[in-house]
Design a protein around this ligand. Structure first.
Ligand code: 5GP
Ligand code: MN
Length: 353
């Protein structure tokens, strides 16, 4: 298991016991890991009798929204349903947890509320560069697969759980298995000895992994595979060892793409032996979301930081290109999809050249 200081774990337990209302915030566009670890943590906090809830900065996409069925309705809320209620909840909380991101700033819509909140904040994460000064306690190392894994090991240290995954409350075992499975891409990356120990513990606790895999990997819409074919057909492969794909708004509409339908597309080009860096651009309202993936020895995190105002993990990172006229020098601006493509091509050649 990752090294978690026993005193820090006990401080966390003491803070949770002393608090009445506790709110868990996550990164924007929450994925399976963010949702899984947050709902599992909330399940534990509620088992202590706390008024705890996860606050999602945006809606969950349809690939992971099933996790909300694993948690009581009163244990989570979505910012878009009521920004005012979200703001009130954060302001009234006695304790705030930030999970699956390295700073309050990464929580999107929730960031301004967190930044002005008076309650102490605790970080539970696995990204590089935790912004420690924002938190009274941080549980974070990139040496675990996921925030769900960090949460698993932290919960096992709690006096009520006593190291026994069978004592994890509610559906938290399923939730943590979901988060770890999606973040490792079903054990394809970021899998540490502790990750397999966690999987073993959760299976022993009775998690139905077959049902989970069916839900995660055999439940997609036809549009996903149609769009995948088109994207792979158009993919650019660079002799420097990179691949680049782009999906425009026109293509999103043509294929009827919903959030989540293109999840994992960025990983596919790495199946080629010659490719060590994959860049994926997806047009959104006013910007392109950028995903970068790499093989060991090539830094996706550096690429995302240098060219796409982003960051993330060494092998899996993301960022943005804004569409429009340059008006903020801290952002990278492009005029059109063609412009974005040309910028990314140049960035790839420069980065690997
Ligand atoms: P994805 O490509 O799946 O959207 O993101 C991969 C990783 O990069 C995630 O761990 C995510 O936290 C990180 N990431 C994505 N977008 C951004 C961004 O704009 N800024 C930073 N710092 N990290 C990002
Ligand atoms: Mn994660």
């Amino acid at each position: 298991m990752p090294e978690i200081d026993r005193e820090k774990a006990i401080s966390f337990h003491d803070m949770a016991l002393a608090a009445g209302k506790i709110t868990v915030a996550l990164h924007q566009h929450p994925d399976g890991d963010a949702a899984g670890c947050a709902l599992a943590m909330v399940s534990y906090l509620r088992s202590l009798g706390k008024e705890a809830a996860a606050l999602f900065p945006d809606r969950l996409d349809n690939t992971v929204s099933f996790v909300t069925a694993l948690a009581p309705k009163e244990s989570f809320a979505f910012f878009p349903d009521s920004p005012a209620a979200a703001e009130k909840r954060v302001a009234e909380s006695d304790l705030l947890l930030v999970m699956d991101c390295n700073s309050c700033g990464r929580t999107g819509n929730l960031a301004p509320f967190l930044e002005s909140a008076k309650a102490p904040k605790v970080l539970v994460d696995h990204h590089l560069g935790p912004v420690e000064e924002e938190f009274v306690l941080t549980f974070s190392t990139p040496e675990v697969s996921s925030a769900s894994e960090m949460t698993y090991w932290l919960l096992l240290m709690m006096p009520e759980i006593q190291g026994d995954p069978g004592k994890l409350p509610g559906k938290s075992a399923e939730l943590l298995m979901t988060g770890m499975t999606t973040d490792t891409n079903n054990f394809a990356n970021s899998t540490f000895p502790s990750t397999l120990e966690m999987a073993s513990g959760l299976l022993s606790a009775g998690v139905d992994r077959d049902a989970l895999l069916e839900r995660l990997y055999h439940s997609c819409r036809e549009s996903r595979l149609r769009a995948m074919g088109c994207m792979l057909e158009k993919m650019e492969v660079f002799p420097e060892g990179a691949a680049l794909m782009i999906m425009t708004m026109e293509e999103r509409e043509r294929f009827g793409i919903q959030d989540g339908d293109t999840e994992g597309f960025v990983n596919i080009p790495l199946e080629m032996g010659s490719v060590r860096l994959s860049v994926w651009l997806k047009e959104d309202e006013g910007y392109f979301r950028v995903s970068v993936r790499s093989k060991k020895g090539t830094s996706a995190a550096r690429m995302a930081a240098l060219y796409f105002c982003g960051g993330g993990h060494e092998q899996a990172s993301g960022g943005r290109l804004w569409i429009g006229e340059q008006d903020d020098p801290a952002r990278k601006w492009v005029k059109s999809a063609k412009d974005a493509l040309e910028y990314a091509e140049k960035a790839i050649r420069e980065f690997l050249g």
